[in-house]
Design a protein around this ligand. Structure first.
Ligand code: PMV
Length: 311
């Protein structure tokens, strides 16, 4: 039987998470940890050879519904730990959208894939931005709502009253260490926590604006190849995200332990657990420092290609 297969990368958000949900800018880099999906025709719904109810798998349910498919035999294989802040659900949605399109003989169009994957994230999370799904689709370095002269415009997405211009941005040569806490933290509740805080507290909405402002500063630093400045801004971003209430003891511990050997460090993705990143030219020392405090460190390659059809 014909099998359609696609692979999509995870991502690191280097600046702007959470604030991007409110239309502020953000930057993400695709990483060499990937998610692969296969799709085959089937009269019954199978996920990894098990008969499943799709209500427990909202990302998959949304993608299949968009394409009018009731059932399929889907398999998944992932190098990205779930709920780790590294974009596993976005990569699943992007890879599945591409595999389904291949299966149905539809065009493999980046904008359409990213739109469908964003719809899946939005439905599953209750609220979302397209930063993860855009980066997983296009790969390389992707910015949302960056100043016009800093990137190559790819496409624009809107949802409710928010609009995001998606651009590819050039990325300097940088080394990142990821420190995974091993704590699974779902994105939806953290996004909801920030929504409530921001809605009821002017101070919190000012913090969200400030994250937007320093993200633009960080984009300029990246554009000028000023890695030291970018690092300082990342650390500042971590402090602002902590004030918003999305960090945790483990993330703070790993950030502090990494700082003596890094240009900067911060949580990445939704936080509450998940992962932090350090921008460094001493990856071995950073890995050692994170490991000593009970974290799982690894060096990632960034700027890799986006979604691809596997033959
Ligand atoms: O933790 P992740 O990989 O799901 O990243 C979420 C990024 C947020 O800005 C917190 C939410 C979003 O949809 O943009």
């Amino acid at each position: 039987m014909m099998t359609s297969k696609a692979t999509a990368p995870g991502k690191l958000i280097i600046l702007g998470e959470h604030a991007v949900v409110y239309g502020k800018p953000a930057v993400a880099l695709a990483i060499d940890k990937t998610f692969t999906c296969t799709v085959q025709k089937s009269d019954t719904m199978y996920l990894n050879n098990n008969n499943v109810n799709l209500d427990a798998h909202p990302h998959i349910k949304t993608i299949l519904e968009i394409h009018g498919m009731k059932n399929a035999a889907i398999t998944t294989e992932s190098m990205i730990p779930p709920s780790s802040g590294l974009g596993s659900s976005a990569a699943l949605s992007v890879a599945l959208s591409a595999a389904v399109r291949k299966h149905l003989g539809k065009e493999i169009d980046e904008k359409e894939i990213s739109k469908e994957a964003f719809e899946a994230e939005y439905t599953a999370q209750g609220r979302a931005s397209p930063i993860d799904t855009s980066c997983s689709t296009h790969g390389k370095g992707v910015a949302l709502n960056c100043p016009k002269n800093m990137g190559k415009h790819l496409w624009t997405l809107s949802k409710n009253s928010q609009t995001w211009d998606v651009s590819e941005v050039p990325i300097p040569n940088m080394t990142f260490v990821v420190g995974y806490t091993g704590i699974r933290a779902a994105t939806g509740p953290l996004v909801e926590k920030v929504r409530k805080f921001r809605e009821h507290n002017k101070f919190a909405s000012d913090i969200v604006d400030e994250i937007g402002d320093i993200t633009i500063e960080g984009m300029k630093a990246m554009n000028d190849n000023d890695i030291e400045k970018l690092g300082r801004i990342m650390t500042q971003d971590h402090k602002l995200l902590s004030i918003l209430g999305v960090s945790c003891d483990e993330l703070n511990k790993f950030v502090n332990a990494s700082l003596p050997y890094s240009y900067g460090a911060k949580l990445t993705g939704s936080g509450g657990g998940g992962s932090m990143i350090a921008l460094t030219d001493k990856p071995e020392l950073v890995c050692e420092a994170i490991k000593l405090r009970g974290g799982q460190p690894f060096v990632v390659k960034t700027g890799v290609d986006g979604v691809s059809i596997d033959f």
